[in-house]
Design a protein around this ligand. Sequence first.
Ligand SMILES: C[S@@+](CC[C@H](N)C(=O)[O-])C[C@H]1O[C@@H](n2cnc3c(N)ncnc32)[C@H](O)[C@@H]1O
Length: 210
Amino acid sequence: MFRADLDWDAFTRFFVKNFRNKDKVQFLQFASSDGSEAYTQIITLLENHDNIEKFLPIKAYDIDKNICNAAKSGFINITKTDKKKFADQDINFNKYFKKSPGKLYITNDSMEGAETYSVSEPLSNNVIFNHGDMKDVLLRHEDNSNSIILCRNMLYYLTDREIDYLTTLAAYKLNKGSLFVIGETDEGKAEYYLKRKGFEKVLHNVYRQT
Ligand SMILES: C[S@@+](CC[C@H](N)C(=O)[O-])C[C@H]1O[C@@H](n2cnc3c(N)ncnc32)[C@H](O)[C@@H]1O
């Protein structure tokens, strides 16, 4: 599907087991961009797992108003390469996306060769997109050892001081068992800070509070 730098199947199997004794899981996503990661996560749950209501909806935040409004529009631009990944994984693309006659324009995002699709209800009903800054949302967050935080390919763009602050905040806010997930561009630096602050690595790019 989208964003193959995380093994979504392995990650999803892991968190379903990790939170098997929880009635509700708080699924937060920062740097949610055009929504493609949230959609990939929801499709992975829908296609492979039962009783998934406790993980949804995903609350997704991005600091960039333009990209956030694009995600909120209910449309998404998809390339032929990404579309083909659905067929490769034997997932019915048309169940989740319908070709749109109009075009979604996103400032500073050319997505060369991409076509615009409307996002179907099984996806749009299970994610809430918000304009928001990770640090403000995390400051308000109350964890009950039941949180998943996706923060992928965002820390990489920050200064060491900012990464230090955000990982300290995450370590302070998350209780034992909650998860923090990074992307491939974040790997070196984010891993260093997360481990220093008590997170253990449980899968590639997936960290758990101890
Ligand atoms: C390189 S994109 C990564 C998008 C997506 N997570 C991925 O892995 O493809 C970085 C995104 O982080 C967002 N961002 C940067 N700082 C943020 C913050 N403090 N809170 C929420 N989103 C932020 C940017 O607006 C941008 O959409």
